[in-house]
Design a protein around this ligand. Structure first.
Ligand SMILES: O=C[C@H](O)[C@@H](O)CC(=O)C(=O)O
Ligand SMILES: [Zn+2]
Length: 281
């Protein structure tokens, strides 16, 4: 099990977060490192008991074993998992069956699954598996999501610098899950704002993993209550935990993409509470 490293994070009260300085905010919400060769790096947050992290099999395959806080025999004994491969071609072996994942393809793995083994096809261009997981109390079928299976939404416009495409990988309309939803949002060149105007959804927490951000560029991610916002500067392939009460939007010094994942008590993607930009403080 020494190929897996995990970190545990508590949930936070908005009245306390008001008083956090930069370091404390980053300790609580930022996940600085998600990918390391031949390792599985996981963060277990008490926000809806969501787990986010990455696996990069290079010289060996990596099994997604149950970590100690789960006190389970297998990772999926009481959980469901979503994985999107943001690297080179890979293979996810689920209970002995190999499922190939091209770059940017995804998979949903249901509760009750025993073994999950992650592999790369090539050591020079390894797969990079981004993993999200939430508690599950029912078993739904494992399902691969190919590029054409994604539901695409066009949002924003160039004039507002927020023209972007949302690719829904794991949503109620296409994949049955208990809690988990996942997708990717890709900004058009020249657009830098995501999730603007912003929203909250107190029914669900959310994690963003920023990707495709060119070197030397950074993202200012905004969080907090709409009238008490804070920003956290982030770089490529870092993730940020958004508690259910927090807005989650960002502006980059360049365009970029991000993987979003959510869990909570409602699978209705559109039930967010919208906030106007002019209402932010
Ligand atoms: O609850 C939904 C999530 O925050 C994202 O899907 C929003 C997003 O990707 C965007 O507007 O850019
Ligand atoms: Zn959201």
């Amino acid at each position: 099990m020494d190929h897996i490293t995990y970190e545990e994070r508590y949930a936070a009260h908005p009245a306390d977060v008001k008083n956090y300085d930069t370091d404390r905010l980053r300790e609580q919400f930022l996940i600085e490192k998600n990918f390391e060769a031949d390792k599985v790096l996981l963060t277990y947050t008490m926000n809806d008991r969501f787990i986010a992290g990455g696996a990069v099999p290079v010289s060996k395959s990596l099994s997604l074993d149950a970590i100690d806080p789960l006190k389970a025999e297998y990772f999926c004994d009481r959980r469901e998992v979503g994985i999107i491969n943001i690297g080179g071609e890979g293979i996810v072996e689920v209970d002995g069956k190999d499922i190939e994942l091209l770059s940017m393809e995804g998979i949903y793995i249901g509760n009750g699954t025993k073994t999950i083994i992650l592999k790369s096809k090539s050591t020079s261009n390894p797969a990079k598996f981004y993993i999200n997981s939430a508690p599950a109390h029912q078993s739904f079928p494992t399902k691969k999501i190919e590029l054409e299976d994604r539901i695409t939404l066009d949002l924003g416009n160039a004039n507002d610098a927020n023209e972007r495409q949302i690719f829904q990988y794991i949503v109620a309309a296409s994949v049955q899950t208990c809690q988990l939803q996942m997708g990717i949002t890709k900004l058009k060149p020249g657009s830098i704002w995501n999730t603007m105007p912003p929203h909250t959804h107190n029914r669900r927490m959310e994690v963003y993993l920023y990707i495709d951000l060119p070197e030397e560029h950074a993202i200012s991610h905004f969080m907090g209550e709409a009238t008490e916002t804070r920003h956290i500067w982030m770089t490529n392939e870092q993730a940020i935990i958004s508690p259910p009460w927090s807005i989650h939007c960002a502006s980059g010094t360049s365009s970029y993409s991000f993987v979003w994942g959510m869990a909570g008590e409602n699978l209705d993607f559109t039930d967010m509470d919208a906030i106007k930009a002019i209402e932010l403080r």
